[in-house]
Design a protein around this ligand. Structure first.
Ligand SMILES: *Cc1c(COP(=O)(O)O)cnc(C)c1O
Length: 373
């Protein structure tokens, strides 16, 4: 009898480019204060929970049928939300929704990327862009950023001219740095990306509701190769819902329907998202509170002598540390989980409730004393 060792991934005939890779995931540890995944700390308000239950009950009565494949009611309400808050009129025909903006991005790469094609992002940035590129067989190019984490327009234009990417990712505000991207920068990169051949430019606005400035939605006007992706995971406090969406020319919406799975968005998801959109004003009230807390934490960190990257998101990049992973562990030892994104010298903390932020500031305050001693 042989004692068979358990099979590993690499024992399977997987695609070569997946060999030896690890899945995406922030370590989720059971600690009192978790400020590592940019979630909204506020649970949905009770009246909204009731409304979700009502709408889901209604949807349950027709679960024997497939859901609305085109999610028309939901896309109409998302368009209304974008029009009201984004400073630019958006039609339902120019909105598409999926299970989280990660699925939106996957559908975009399945449509405009894929084998033999290339995507570029300016790093450090959201690592899922490159991971979804890999998953869809799209080659990935890591473009440069300045030392202050803004995009260096000249070298970005050069990288685009040299590599002729089919898809350009611009994350604004950027994760993990919190940096917003100027409209002029987006326009310069968009134009560079159209110079040699038409390419798609995807602006990932997952955090835009937390920004000091405006959404880049108005840039969509007259630019059919531009896409803005959004999510209900952060500002709407609904990461568990899995609802992301995009705004673009209606032709882009038609194009992604070539790759979307039929009935990809469940009736339960559509009902829940519609309920949440009925409570937009309450939810955006929490966003205002979080923005104030974010600015408070930025001020306190600077006062304590830390370097902080200007943040337009619900998180803050702070440093600089000789050994950021060691500092991550020291903060964890004090019961607070922050994120080590692997940006040398820097860590990222999500803005939480006032009590959570105080716990974080106490923890880094103690570190300061320790380092001085
Ligand atoms: C959190 C985040 C998302 C959200 O992804 P979902 O699939 O909608 O939860 C998208 N883009 C960026 C840059 C993010 O940080």
């Amino acid at each position: 009898m042989s004692t068979a060792r358990p099979l590993g991934i690499d024992d399977l005939p997987i695609r070569e480019e997946l060999r030896g890779k690890s899945p995406y995931g922030a370590p989720q540890l059971d600690v009192p204060v978790r400020l590592n995944t940019n979630e909204n700390p506020y649970p949905l308000p009770e009246p909204l929970v009731e409304r979700i239950a009502e709408r889901v009950r209604e949807a349950a009565r027709t679960l024997n049928r497939y859901p609305d494949r085109d999610a028309v009611e939901l896309r109409t309400e998302l368009a209304r939300y974008l029009t009201r808050t984004g400073g630019h009129p958006v039609q339902a025909a120019g909105v598409w929704a999926a299970n989280g903006s990660n699925e939106v991005i996957q559908q975009l790469l399945q449509t405009f990327g894929g084998p033999g094609r290339t995507a570029i992002g300016f790093e450090p940035s959201y690592s899922m862009h490159s991971l979804i590129a890999r998953g869809t067989g799209t080659a990935w190019i890591s473009g440069p950023r300045n030392a202050d984490f803004t995009i260096d327009v000249e070298s970005a234009e050069k990288a685009i001219a040299e590599n002729l990417p089919d898809v350009v990712f611009i994350t604004s505000p950027n994760n993990p740095t919190g940096t917003a991207v100027e409209a002029e920068t987006v326009l310069a990169l968009h134009d560079a990306a159209q110079a040699a051949k038409p390419s798609m430019v995807v602006i990932d606005e997952a955090y835009v509701e937390f920004s000091h400035g405006d959404s880049l939605l108005s840039l969509l006007e007259g630019r059919p190769n531009l896409v803005v992706s959004r999510t209900m995971s952060k500002a709407f406090g609904a990461a568990g819902l899995r609802l992301g969406y995009l705004a673009a020319d209606p032709a882009v919406v038609d194009a992604v329907q070539l790759v979307r799975l039929p009935y990809h968005l469940s009736a339960v998801t559509q009902a829940t998202a519609l309920a949440a959109l009925e409570h937009t004003d309450t939810l955006l009230g929490y966003v205002d509170q979080l923005k104030r807390e974010r600015d408070r934490v930025v001020g306190a960190l600077r006062e304590a002598g830390y370097e902080v990257t200007a943040s337009d998101a619900n998180f803050i990049q702070f440093g600089r540390f000789e050994d950021s992973h060691r500092v991550w562990q020291q903060i964890l030892d004090r019961g607070v989980l922050v994120r080590d994104n692997g940006v040398p010298g820097w860590l990222r903390v999500t803005a939480g409730t006032p009590a959570e932020n105080d716990a974080f500031l106490d923890a880094v305050g103690e570190l300061k004393k320790e380092h001085r001693a």
